[in-house]
Design a protein. Structure first.
Length: 366
């Protein structure tokens, strides 16, 4: 399902072929494979960590008694992460998933001391003989959500609550804006930077400030459901991220961009069990089933739903690339051409993204 792409090295978590077969011997005993997960926030009903918890449960469901999984939640990035990852390795976990960008370096450090343990750095990009990396093309879902937002807005203003100005977040803002303006050229996107991944009060305050600036639809790249709750409270519209959030915002949600980790996690656990696990770097999207857009709210007309789903199919089948300039140059919000007409960005360029597209009000990190 998750295609390994050969032929080039990448600077970040771009798709590439699995590499050395070192440390891939199967379990010597018939004891269940112990698998550990480290979560950067508490496990909540929806959000980034919820999707990884659903992935863990999918492993249990698929592999049953062959595995024994556990998780540690609310682990800050940095020294605490290294301690928790090391503890899991010392406790006999032979496969450890660390799904947060700030876990990358601690994972690599612990991996050097436990060459017989397999590690999966999710959203990281550095690998080692016993450390693989994987991420998803979230920007594909963001583009599709932008189409829905462009159709649903009445003020032509969308808000965007953003965590940190790293390439992954910039990709999402830009793809959302391009999707929105593909159906509504007058639309603009106002960004608020939090420099936090998970701070519900700050997320809520940022959303309220954006609504006060005439935004009637909002998107976010943070870890809680606070933005959705704010939209529900104010009678506005919102794009759910990570998970379906209709329970939190039944009237506000127009669509959800969801992350689907169960297939990848199960495949990697199965590879450890049968001795075929190899290090490498995967970057999968709609085509690979790692990103899905759907879970439309009740206010979204059928025609809009069908349009978004049709464009999702186009992405899956390679007919649509969010970062391709079709009719004209794509420019950043300072007027510089960043994608020439007829061209599209390659993975390396996407992974290095450090600009905001025309239509976005704001600056990188400000």
């Amino acid at each position: 399902m998750y295609k390994n792409l050969a032929g080039r090295a990448v600077l970040a978590w771009a798709a590439a072929c699995f590499l050395s077969p070192a440390f891939s011997q199967p379990q010597a005993s018939k004891e269940p494979l112990k698998i550990g997960f480290v979560y950067v926030t508490p496990v909540t009903d929806a959000g980034w960590v919820r999707q990884h918890e659903e992935g863990r449960k999918a492993v249990d469901a698929a592999l049953g008694g062959k595995v024994s999984t556990t998780f540690v939640e609310n682990v800050p990035e940095g020294a605490d992460a290294e301690r928790v990852i090391r503890d899991l390795a010392q406790q006999g976990h032979r496969l450890i998933f660390t799904p947060s960008f700030g876990y990358m370096e601690p994972t690599l450090k612990v991996a050097r001391d436990f060459p017989g343990v397999k590690f999966e750095s999710i959203t990281g990009y550095k690998t080692a003989p016993n450390v693989a990396a994987a991420n998803a093309r979230y920007y594909e879902g963001r583009y599709l959500a932008g189409i829905a937002a462009g159709r649903m807005t009445k003020t032509n203003v969308a808000g965007y609550v953003a965590g940190f100005p790293i390439p992954e977040v910039l990709q999402g803002i830009n793809a959302f804006t391009l999707g929105m303006r593909s159906v509504n050229p007058d639309a603009k996107v106002v960004v608020v930077w939090l420099n936090e991944w998970f701070d519900p009060p700050k997320e809520r305050d940022a959303a309220m400030a954006l609504f006060n600036q005439n935004a009637d639809v909002i998107a976010f790249h943070t870890g809680s459901t606070a933005v959705m709750a704010a939209a529900q409270e104010r009678g506005k519209l919102a794009v759910a991220y990570h998970s379906d959030m209709r329970k939190i915002a039944p009237d506000a949600q127009i669509v959800a961009v969801t992350h689907q980790w169960g297939g990848y996690y199960t495949e990697r656990a199965r590879a450890v069990l049968d001795g075929s696990w190899k290090s490498g770097n995967v970057w999968g999207g709609v085509k690979e089933g790692m990103i899905r857009v759907g879970d439309f709210g009740r206010k979204v007309p059928k025609a809009v739903q069908q349009e978004v789903l049709a464009r999702q199919k186009d992405i899956a089948e390679g007919r649509l690339q969010p970062f391709r300039a079709v009719a004209a140059d794509v420019r950043d919000n300072e007027g510089h051409a960043v994608i020439a007409k007829g061209a599209q960005l390659n993975d390396e360029q996407i992974l290095k993204m450090n600009w905001l597209v025309e239509g976005v009000q704001g600056r990188v990190g400000r």
